[in-house]
Design a protein around this ligand. Structure first.
Ligand code: FNR
Length: 340
């Protein structure tokens, strides 16, 4: 199967299967503060990731490009990002790096949103030259490099040899002059992986945790004989934020099953500075259309400010320090992993 038709199939299956909601945010609770001493008008949801300034912590995360049919989706995602002022990542650009006819399906996002914050995206198999092409193709403000070992293992035609990845990540990080974001695609980043990434100079990690779109389920739908052993594999999004937040010099983007303002606020309170939404935005766009998707993001931004007002904080940095309680499975996970 060609890369282009695989991309279309991923999109179709992501929409069909939906998201699992096993992100663990149901085990995270804010502690209500009855004397907040903050005015809604004072609240600001500006955030930063590395040197990038974000008008909202929301990032529409990497999904598509690389097939002619995906140009329209990327165009619409770029309109949503432009009109709501959120950052946008394109899907893996490898197909356009290998086949120039697909370049417009990615470049459309820069055309629509010339001043927006846009992330390029490649897999960890890419070399320095390919990383440079991806960034230049869309004049990206940052480069995401995705790690998707489990997805590859489930695909009969997937990679089986993952040696050399750390060295390649380091080489790309040293050679590229925009910020590098290393991201998972739904199985989470552990403390050990974060330590390795930190040692090679990576400072931004998108934990891409378990709990939303599941590439184990998507790839299994594509197999003649499903390989269900990875269906429940991975670190939940909430647990993964806590795993990685141990490292002071790492900035965290949280992705994986996040769909509403409350879970965005919880992810920030656990340690994230920005939040990736993927499957939910695709679903809204395809099911409800452009205007509803724009409204959905605008509502989340407003609700986030209501939550901050209720908690008595006026900015994202202070939201990262509010008191909270962690219960049940997530508490067990933290205890067993020695996370305070
Ligand atoms: C993705 N995702 C993804 N990630 C990546 O780094 N490169 C890619 O090309 C893709 N492609 C892709 C296609 C589709 C259809 C979906 C739904 C997702 C993964 C995505 O960025 C995100 O990490 C996961 O989907 C988890 O977030 P959600 O969907 O639970 O919000």
């Amino acid at each position: 199967m060609s890369r282009a038709s695989r991309k279309l199939e991923h999109m179709k299956l992501a929409l069909e299967i939906g998201q699992s909601d096993t992100h663990d945010f149901q085990n995270v609770h804010f502690v209500h503060q009855a004397l907040p001493e903050v005015s809604f008008d004072e609240t600001s949801i500006n955030s930063t990731i590395g040197e990038l300034h974000l008008g909202s912590p929301i990032i529409i995360n990497a999904m598509t490009g690389g097939a002619h049919e995906t140009t329209k989706i990327n165009e619409q995602l770029a309109i949503v990002a432009r009109d709501t002022g959120v950052a946008l990542a394109v899907g893996s650009q490898m197909s356009a790096i290998k086949n120039k006819e697909f370049i417009p399906s990615y470049q459309v996002v820069r055309k629509i949103n010339p001043d927006g914050v846009i992330f390029a995206n490649i897999g960890a198999e890419a070399d320095i030259e390919q990383a440079k092409i991806a960034v230049e193709m869309i004049e990206a403000n940052a480069l995401q490099i995705h790690l998707n070992v489990i997805q590859e293992l489930i695909m009969p035609e997937g990679d089986r040899d993952f040696r050399g990845t750390i060295e390649r990540l380091q080489a790309i990080n040293d050679a590229i002059d925009v910020p590098i974001i290393v991201k998972e695609v739904g199985f989470g980043i552990s403390r050990e992986t974060a330590k390795t990434l930190k040692e090679i100079g990576i400072t931004i990690i998108d934990v891409g945790g378990k709990g939303g779109t599941s590439f184990a389920r998507i790839e299994n739908e594509r197999r003649i004989k499903p390989l269900s052993l990875f269906d429940d594999w991975g670190i939940s999004t909430a647990a993964s934020i806590l795993e990685v937040s141990k490292y002071e010099n790492i900035e965290i983007i949280a992705t994986g099953g996040i769909k509403d303002s409350l879970n965005i606020a919880k992810a920030i309170a656990l340690g994230a500075k920005a939040i990736g939404l993927a499957g939910v935005v695709l679903n809204k766009l395809v099911t409800n259309g452009l205007d509803d998707t724009i409204e959905y993001i605008e509502e989340i931004n407003q609700e986030l400010r209501l939550i901050m007002t209720g908690l008595g904080v006026s900015n994202i940095m202070d939201l990262q320090r509010v008191p909270m309680v962690i219960l049940r499975d997530l508490k067990d996970w933290c205890e067993l992993r020695g996370i305070d």
